[in-house]
Design a protein around this ligand. Sequence first.
Ligand code: VGL
Ligand code: ZN
Length: 223
Amino acid sequence: MVRASQRRKTAAMIPIAPTDHDVLIVVDVQTDFLPGGALAVPDGDAVIPPINALIQRFAHVVLTQDWHTPGHISFASSHAGKTPFQMIELAYGDQVLWPDHCVQGTRGAALSDALEASKAELVIRKGFHPEVDSYSAFMEADRNTPTGLAGYFKSRGFTRVFVCGLATDYCVGWTAIDARAAGFDSLVIEDACRAIDSNGSLAKAWAAMAGGGVQRIMAEGVV
Ligand code: VGL
Ligand code: ZN
């Protein structure tokens, strides 16, 4: 008798060798999300060694870069009387308010120097519309404005995306869900991600990813 949990583990452990149709998306490994940064993700720098190893295994690597205007609508400082991590209602729906982070051209917005990402074929910036946030690399938070990444991947012949980086419960999770929604197979490499985990956001994100058809693997499963 094989229990479902055992079957899942076994399936997840079948190693995957990336092909020319696979792409690794490295999400937001930027100074502001690393220790000492404006929106530091706990243990965020732990993703860098596994991501550097993963980058070697993929023929195709794409990076994302959170890239906000000064005074961006997602910043608590843009809303009188509000503090970071509070939720507000905007025209497009609920929005978590953040400390000012990843402002265009600042040091905090720079990709980490420790990331060995020179082979990346594309750096896609997101969150640059002053009035709309964008966790996902595919679709902005109004759920209506595409970034163009799905079309780029389709033009390049990519069919499967592997997502890693920061943060599991926001930009990684939304990117993985939207990848699947756009018709790609989508896998999150769990141990090459770290989470913010405010107000139960991590558990919610894993549930949403599972519901959205995103697979969850470990870095050792990519050979
Ligand atoms: C992110 C919150 C705000 C992320 C970006 O990269 O996960 N989270 N902006
Ligand atoms: Zn942001």
